[in-house]
Design a protein around this ligand. Structure first.
Ligand SMILES: [Mn+2]
Length: 353
C-alpha cells in the first residue's frame, strides 16, 4: 500500500519573549516555544514521516537578529539532514520572506518564496506540494490566479496538496469563536480545487479541521490548521496546542486521497485570568488577595490580573511589575491591567477613564 506521511506544524513564533540581553530577570516564555518545536519534530527525527510542512510564522516577527534565525532553523536543518525534506510557507510574521534567509538555506529545506510546486518522490509514490507566500491583501480576488501560478496542473504526481498561510472561510479564532468569512483577505473555500487532497495551512492559531463550506456543504478535501505550538495570547487560553500527522494514499483514485489524520497535543502552559474588584481595598489587602489566588492555581501559570475600579495611590504600587513578580512564584508569569484606567504610552501616568 502506498502511504505518504506528512508532519504539519505552523505558527511556531520562535523568539517570542526571548530577549538576548534581558534587562530584568524573570521567567521567560521563549524556551517553551523552542521546547515544543523540538517535541513536534520528534516524529521527523525518528523517521516516522516522509516530509515536514511548516505552515508559516516560524518567527515571532519580521525584524529579528540573525542569531534567532540560526536558532530557529537549526532544528529544521537537523530534520533535513536526517533525510526528511522540509517545506515552508513564509508567513505574515516573515513579511512573506524569511529574514536573513541565507541562514535558512539547505538543500532539503524548500521555501515557497513565490508561487511554485515541489515534487517529493518516495518509495510509496510521488507527492506534489503547491504553495505560495502569505499575501496580505486581495487573496479572495487573486487566489485562483496564484494557485494557477504555482504550476501544480502541469506537474505529474500521485497526490497533490496545497500549502498556504492565509485565512479561509469558516476558520474560527478567539474565546467567542469569531468566524472568518467573505472578507478580501479570506480565501473563498469553494475556490480550493478538488485535485488537492488536503490544504495544509498556517496563520490561524487555533487547531481546526474545516470540512464544510459556509453553506454547510461538505468539502472535497479538508483544510487543516494545526494551530500555534504554544499560546501566543490570552485569546488562545482554552485551546489545545499541537501538530498534525496526515497519511495520504498514493493508490486508488488518480489524484490520491487523504487516508487519515491525527492531532498530537503538546504541553502548553495554563493561562489564567483573575478579576480583582479593588474598590475600597488598601495595598496590603490587595496583596493578600493576589497571594491567596495565586496559591490556588498551577504554579507555572501565565496570569493576567484584571483590576476593576479606582485605586488609591498607595494601593497602586502593588501593581508595578516588580511588586507583582515578588508576589508570585518564580515559575509564574504575571501582569496586571487596570481596566478603568488609561495608561499613556511612554508615560507612567495612569489616568482614570
Ligand atoms: Mn501566526
Amino acid at each position: 500500500m502506498g502511504i505518504i506521511r506528512i508532519l504539519l506544524i505552523a505558527d511556531t513564533h520562535l523568539g517570542f519573549d526571548l530577549p538576548f540581553r534581558p534587562r530584568i530577570k524573570r521567567r521567560r516564555r521563549g524556551p517553551d516555544f523552542f521546547a515544543n518545536f523540538e517535541r513536534a519534530l520528534m516524529p521527523a527525527f525518528n523517521g516516522e514521516v516522509d516530509a515536514v510542512v511548516h505552515g508559516g510564522d516560524v518567527l515571532y516577527r519580521s525584524k529579528v537578529p540573525p542569531r534567532l534565525v540560526e536558532m530557529a532553523f537549526e532544528p529544521l536543518k537537523r530534520v533535513a539532514d536526517a533525510g526528511v525534506p522540509v517545506y515552508l510557507v513564509p508567513g505574515n510574521h516573515e513579511r512573506s520572506v524569511i529574514p536573513h534567509g541565507y541562514l535558512a538555506e539547505h538543500a532539503s529545506i524548500h521555501l515557497f518564496d513565490h508561487p511554485r510546486t515541489f515534487i517529493l518522490q518516495t518509495t510509496s509514490g510521488s507527492l506534489a506540494l503547491a504553495g505560495f507566500p502569505f499575501l496580505r491583501t486581495g487573496i479572495r480576488r487573486d487566489f485562483l490566479n496564484i494557485v494557477e501560478q504555482t504550476g501544480w496542473s502541469r506537474v505529474k504526481a500521485d497526490i497533490c496538496v496545497l500549502c498556504i498561510h492565509q485565512s479561509v472561510d469558516g476558520a474560527t479564532v478567539g474565546p467567542s469563536s469569531y468566524t472568518f468569512r467573505y472578507a478580501h483577505d479570506v480565501i473563498r473555500i469553494s475556490d480550493i480545487r478538488r485535485e488537492f487532497c488536503a490544504t495544509l495551512a498556517g496563520h490561524i492559531h487555533r487547531f481546526q479541521v474545516l470540512t464544510k463550506d459556509l453553506k454547510g456543504r461538505t468539502l472535497k478535501a479538508p483544510v487543516f490548521y494545526p494551530g500555534s505550538i504554544e499560546r501566543t495570547s490570552f485569546a488562545e487560553k482554552n485551546e489545545k496546542k499541537g501538530y498534525l500527522i496526515l497519511q495520504l494514499e498514493t493508490e486508488g483514485t488518480s489524484s490520491g486521497k487523504l487516508r487519515n489524520w491525527t492531532f498530537h497535543e503538546l504541553p502548553a502552559r495554563p493561562m489564567i485570568q483573575l478579576e480583582l474588584h479593588a474598590v475600597g481595598m488598601n495595598g496590603s489587602r490587595i496583596q493578600a488577595w493576589i497571594q491567596s489566588r495565586l496559591f490556588e492555581i498551577p504554579q507555572d501559570s501565565i496570569v493576567k490580573l484584571r483590576v476593576h475600579g479606582k485605586i488609591s495611590e498607595e494601593a497602586m504600587a502593588v501593581f508595578s511589575a516588580p511588586t507583582l513578580r515578588a508576589l508570585a512564584p518564580e515559575t509564574m508569569n504575571i501582569d496586571a491591567t487596570l481596566v478603568d484606567y488609561t495608561v499613556y504610552k511612554n508615560r507612567r501616568k495612569k489616568v482614570p477613564k
